[in-house]
Structure formats: C-alpha cells, structure tokens
Design a protein around this ligand. Structure first.
Ligand SMILES: [Zn+2]
Length: 395
C-alpha cells in the first residue's frame, strides 16, 4: 500500500498550520518555511510549481508531521499494522524468514511517506527488546490477539494498492470512497478539509474524522462486509430517506466497534441515539431503546443486513425486538417517516396518527366511504386528512 497526498492538500495544510503556529508565537518553522519558499519566486516561472511542491512536501510530511495523522488512523482501524508491532515482530524473529523481509519492506514503505517513522521504529525496537525480557506468561494471550490483528492488518495492507488523501473543497465534499473495488487493486480516496490540519489543539477531531472515514473504507474492501453498489428502489424522497437511515445504521456500526476498541469517535453514543431517535421516534420508547442497544452490541454486520434494516422496519424489529413484545398489528400502526399513506399511497413525512382524536366524526365517515376497511389508527398523511376535512365541510 502506498500513501499519497495531493499537492493541494499539502500546500494548504502546511500553510494553515504554519500560520497558526506563527500566530501562537512559534516562529521557527514559519521562518524556515519562508526562507525556503520565498526565493522560489526568483526562479523561472516553469520551475516554480515543482519547487513549491517540494517545500510543501518537506513541511507537511517531515517538519510538521501532518501525514502521521493519516498513518495513525490507518493503524487504528487496522488497515496497516501498528508500527510498534512491526518493530516488535522484527525484534522477536531474528531469523530472516520470508515474512520478516516483508515486514521490513512495510517499515520502509511507511518511511518513504513519513521519513521519521524509521527512527521511531528503531527507537521503539530497542525499547521493546528490553521490555521483552521482563515479560511473563500473562502477556502471552495479549500477544496472540495482537498477532491476529497484526496479520489481519497485513492482509488489508497488501490488498489495498493505494490510499490517496486529497483536499476537500467544502464540508459536503469530505469523505472516503473506494475506487477499483470490484476490479481489484482497490484505491481508497479520502477527501479532507485542509483546515482540519491547521490547529494542533484540534488534532483529536481530525483523527476521529479520519478514523471514522477509514472504518467505512475498510468495510467496503472487507469481503465479510460484502459491500455492493445496491440499487435502492422508490422515488427520490424514499431513496433519500433509506440512504439517510442506512448511513445512520452504518455509522452506529462503526461507532460501536470503535467504542469496543476504546477509540474516540466523531460523535458520542448519546448523540447517535438522538439521531436514531429522530428517525424512529414512532416506535414505542422501550422497543426503540432495545433496537438501538441491540444494534450497538452486534459485533458483525454485513452491508446487506444494514441496507435491509434501513429499508424495512420489519427486518429491524424482528432482529432486535422479542416477538412477544409487540404484535404485528401494533407494528402496522407505527407510522415511520416515508411509509406510504394508506389513503393516497404516497410516502408520508407528516402523519396524522389518529385522526379521530383531532377531527370531526364526519371526516372519519367521509374517509370510510372511500376506504371501508380503514380505521382511525391506520392514520393518514396530513394532505389526505385535509382533503377529507374539506369534503366533510368542516375544514
Ligand atoms: Zn395520503
């Protein structure tokens, strides 16, 4: 796996970061940058771009170590092995087995993009070598599970050809995508605002953002998750709603795994519950909480499971609500946003849940002339109710 950064991202990030440092009273890096960058204006115009890029790269990767945020996020989600592990493993296996050589390559490859990593790896190597001697059997279990996640991360690292990090033009443009996913040699493309790199005090938010996005990308290349470019049926508003619910459920799946790993996410669990609550507030509270907690505890989900839960309330309920807890009949009376109105059949966002409780009896009768099987509990969209109010002459 290669990790690349676009010239625009390196330029704007380094520029913003240096300016932030300068404003905070740390001038050394800022001055050095200008001592290297300012003379470039003296060069022939054709040579300037390449010269600027070189300086920007030097500062982005080496002086300010901004690329380390990306490498750490890749490590945290298990797309590349932890550097500490790499060092430790090479310290453990003195013999030059084939795997060992690959590990060295991995170290060098990382070093290519973040020069400093080699020194760090060496420093850590001697540290761990000392620690190694003091270890006892209790650490063995930890060793084994670390070994498993190490091997898994190696698999991902080998399978993914490239991670490209580009500058996003605005917040909506931010996010990750996987190119060549089906044809092989997948490339993860990450778009991030350069402004996220400017303030060292906001590093935790930057890291959480990168981790969240790389988790999604990792799922997309994970055969067990089995991602597919699924066709979502329905008109645009239904599609948008299903897509929004799918995104929420997938984010919950990402967050809950991060929580189990002890990694800080972009949003705390309570904030996700509020989002969930907003989409599913028509489900009685007890069941709603049960579904959320059930989802949160689920360790493995596939793309198909998430999508079918987002599309259809029954799938979600049958997975996380005990059959005895709520009857099928009661389920029918949950009017979720986007479910069709029983009268006009259009996806409905503004439900009148129980018209009987707010309308004149004549309105109910007028509806039942057209729909003899309809009961007030079936509800209707606000427009239909309005139409029948007019028809009954009470509007
Ligand atoms: Zn209607």
């Amino acid at each position: 796996m290669k990790v690349n950064y676009s010239a625009q991202l390196m330029e704007e990030s380094a520029f913003r970061h240096l300016n932030h440092l300068e404003r905070s009273g740390y001038r050394a890096d800022y001055d050095e940058f200008h001592s290297l960058a300012d003379p470039i204006y003296e060069l022939p115009e054709d040579d300037r771009e390449a010269a600027f890029e070189k300086v920007n790269r030097l500062f982005f990767l080496e002086r300010l170590k901004l690329g380390d945020h990306v490498l750490r996020a890749l490590e945290a989600v298990g797309l590349i092995p932890k550097r500490r592990r790499t060092a430790r493993k090479s310290a453990l296996t003195q013999k030059a087995e084939s795997g060992e050589i690959e590990n060295q390559e991995a170290v060098e490859e990382l070093a290519e993009h973040a020069e400093a990593s080699e020194d760090e790896a060496q420093a850590e190597e001697s540290e761990t070598a000392v620690a190694e001697m003091e270890e006892d059997d209790e650490l063995e279990i930890e060793e084994v599970s670390a070994e498993v996640s190490y091997d898994l991360a190696r698999e991902f690292e080998e399978r993914i050809k490239e991670v490209t990090v580009k500058r996003a033009i605005n917040k909506v443009d931010e996010g990750s995508n996987v190119l060549n996913r089906v044809s092989g040699n997948p490339i993860i493309e990450m778009r991030v605002l350069a402004s996220r790199f400017s303030n060292p005090e906001e590093a935790q938010e930057l890291d959480a953002f990168l981790i969240q996005e790389f988790m999604h990308a990792k799922d997309m290349v994970d055969p067990e998750f089995d991602y597919e470019d699924a066709f979502i049926p329905g008109n645009p508003s239904v599609k948008n709603l299903i897509t929004a619910r799918f995104r929420l459920l997938w984010n919950m799946y990402v967050d809950s795994r991060l929580a189990r790993m002890g990694v800080v996410s972009v949003l705390p669990k309570e904030a996700r519950y509020r989002e969930f609550d907003n989409f599913y507030r028509k489900i009685p509270e007890k069941q709603r909480k049960g579904i959320f907690e059930g989802l949160w505890k689920t360790e493995k989900l596939t793309h198909e499971e998430l999508l079918s839960m987002a599309t259809d309330l029954d799938t979600l309920m049958s997975k996380y609500v005990d059959p005895g807890e709520i009857t099928d009949e009661d389920k029918d009376y949950i009017h979720l946003q986007g479910s069709p109105c029983p009268l006009c059949k259009f996806p409905t966002y503004n439900w009148v849940d129980d018209p009987e409780s707010i309308c004149d009896e004549m309105v109910i009768e007028a509806i039942q002339i057209d729909f003899p099987d309809w009961e007030s509990r079936d509800g209707g969209c606000d427009r239909c109710i309005e139409v029948y109010e007019l028809r009954a002459g009470v509007g």
